[in-house]
Unconditional design. Structure first.
Ligand SMILES: [Fe+2]
Ligand SMILES: [Fe+2]
Length: 213
């Protein structure tokens, strides 16, 4: 059992993932949540595209370059898929055209960022498969995106371990700490926004109840 969880790190839900899932479930009761959630996913995929495009030209290791090129291609496909599903084909492109500061990250920090972000992405896909269970078209997309995100989570984790084994353990530890800290900060910011909405969310009836009322 332990071995299986080791191979599927996204299945090890920490307190952050558990609390986040509760808040998202509450929020999903709100009218319009499903479409907005797909738009947010499209923007998040577009953000990954921008970051990978900025980093790829300076990657010299051929194996890592091949993996990151495949990663970029996957995220472009995810952006197109979620933009189409949310009803705004330009949702992701609109974000990408605004540019981003993340192009300044060095390669180690970037891979550390994706190691955490892809794990969260997998947890989101698992949760959304439950929240979109009524929509076969979205569900089909979430299933193949989930498969890609598992690949991204796995190769970034292996790359970080490889750098640590190759004599860069201290730098790897620092980059992982920084990525986890960024992840926690972003979670706390989102949670604070959720908390302000909480009174309204707690009295909202599920959309399915409204549909059948
Ligand atoms: Fe993605
Ligand atoms: Fe990904």
């Amino acid at each position: 059992m332990r071995d299986k969880r080791e191979r599927r790190p996204w299945a090890r839900r920490d307190w952050q993932a558990r609390l986040s899932a509760r808040l998202v479930r509450l929020r999903s009761r709100q009218p319009g949540w499903h479409q907005e959630a797909l738009r947010v996913l499209a923007v998040s995929e577009a953000r990954s595209v921008v970051m990978l495009e900025a980093a790829l030209p300076s990657v010299t290791d051929p194996v890592l370059k091949r993996l990151m090129t495949k990663h970029l291609e996957d995220e472009r496909n995810h952006d197109v898929a979620f933009s189409g599903l949310c009803g705004d084909a330009n949702a992701g492109k609109a974000f990408a055209s605004r540019g981003t500061q993340s192009g300044r990250m060095n390669l180690l920090d970037l891979v550390a960022f994706f190691e955490v972000a892809e794990l969260r992405g997998c947890q989101t896909m698992e949760l959304y498969r439950e929240l979109f269970a009524h929509d076969p078209k979205v569900l089909e997309t979430l299933n193949w995106v989930f498969r890609d995100e598992k690949f991204h989570a796995t190769y970034t984790n292996r790359q970080m371990d490889k750098w640590a084994r190759e004599g860069h353990a201290a730098e790897v530890r620092r980059a992982r700490d920084a990525a986890r800290s960024r992840d926690r900060t972003s979670f706390l910011r989102q949670s604070a926004a959720f908390m302000l909405e909480l009174p309204r969310l707690l009295v909202a009836r599920p959309e399915t109840d409204r549909a059948t009322a």
